[in-house]
Design a binder for this molecule. Structure first.
Ligand code: FMN
Length: 325
């Protein structure tokens, strides 16, 4: 069901928080990370909380239930979550009319749509799954995120290998080229990639029509990030903050800032967002921080960010991107 229009809206963002990327205007750089609103049911809520954009999904072509419950756990002593949701999705045909209605009514923030394949799609059908999603939902997206990094869909991360990624993005590019207007296509990567794999993705991105990188998804690491838990799945929140920042910095340095990065992982304060930006993220997103800090977090981050900008002598977010490389 479509969420009702908000009774009030977030105050207008300070102009210095604005970011222009891929020709899209973001009134602030703080986005909702994928997974929170998988079926695009609460878009007006994200606007009202003050997000600068929202990444909806992961949406799969056909509806699927995801893994059995329990499938999400808190690790409160580390302000972390572990999930093995496995892409529960109402499917693209349920999400499309909702987005069409939202577009007609007007949405004040850019919407990214995050796509993934169905669990039971055979290997040879994966590219076609992404193709179907782009054809059906691409016209309703401000930008698209190709998710090849969820640890909860068996085999999905294999598509992060350079050869498979090249194969996949050749197909994806073909479908995206048929959209009624040019729509940026980003890839979302895992924090568990080796540096050489990461750099190969960065190097091949321009040729593959990859317009940006979302770094990063949840990790399957436990010991390396000092978490011991019996639960399987992807770990998010504070334990991945530093790892994410290192990834952002390495990618920014390697590409000399040529490929826009959306930094996501562990953000729970203005300082966290600021340091991801300074490491090289043009925009940032969060999920777990919102769960632990509550809905007031977005306003607090924006106030804090504006403060950090002024104190550092920066006139805009874009001026600070990659300054710590
Ligand atoms: C419960 C849960 C579900 C998620 N589902 C998705 C998803 O469907 N697609 C996706 O690309 N990322 C998904 N993520 C990953 C987040 O988008 C994000 O990349 C990750 O949690 C790191 O950010 P955080 O530390 O701010 O949570 C999910 C994360 C959580 C905690």
């Amino acid at each position: 069901m479509l969420a009702a229009m908000p009774a009030f809206s977030a105050p207008r963002d300070k102009p210095e928080l604005g970011v222009k990327l891929w020709g899209i205007d973001f009134s602030n750089p703080i986005g909702l990370a994928a997974g929170m609103d998988k079926d695009a049911v609460a878009v007006h809520g994200w606007e009202t909380l003050g997000f600068g954009f929202a990444e909806l999904g992961t949406i799969t072509p056909r509806p699927q239930a995801g893994n059995e419950i329990p499938r999400i756990w808190r690790v409160p002593e580390r302000r972390a979550l572990i999930n093995r949701l496995g892409f529960p999705s109402e499917g693209m045909d349920a999400v499309a009319p909702r987005l069409e209605q939202l577009r007609k009514a007007g949405v004040s923030i850019p919407l990214a749509l995050n796509f993934g394949p169905n669990k039971d799609t055979p290997l040879e059908g994966i590219a076609a799954d992404y193709g179907a999603l782009i054809a059906r939902l691409g016209p309703l997206a401000d930008f698209i995120v190709v998710n090849v990094s969820s640890p909860n869909t068996p085999g999905l991360r294999n598509w992060e290998s350079p050869r498979k990624m090249s194969e996949l993005f050749t197909a994806i590019h073909e479908h995206a080229g048929k959209l009624p207007r040019p729509t940026p296509v980003l890839v979302k990567i895992s924090p568990d990639l080796e540096r050489n794999e990461l750099f190969r993705i960065c190097d091949s991105a321009p040729a593959l029509g990859i317009d940006g990188i979302v770094a990063c998804n949840t990790t399957v690491a436990r010991e390396a990030v000092g978490v011991s838990s019996p639960h399987p799945g992807g770990l998010s929140g504070e334990p991945i903050l530093i790892r994410t920042r290192e990834l952002i910095r390495d990618m920014y340095t390697h590409t000399r800032g040529k490929i826009p990065i959306i930094g996501v992982g562990g953000i729970a304060s203005a300082e966290d967002a600021w340091l991801h930006i300074r490491a090289g993220a043009s925009l940032v997103e969060l999920y777990t921080g919102l769960v632990y800090e509550g809905p007031g977090l977005i306003a607090r981050i924006k106030t804090g960010l504006a403060d950090l900008l002024h104190r550092g002598g920066f006139r805009s977010i874009s001026e600070a991107v990659g300054i710590d490389r």
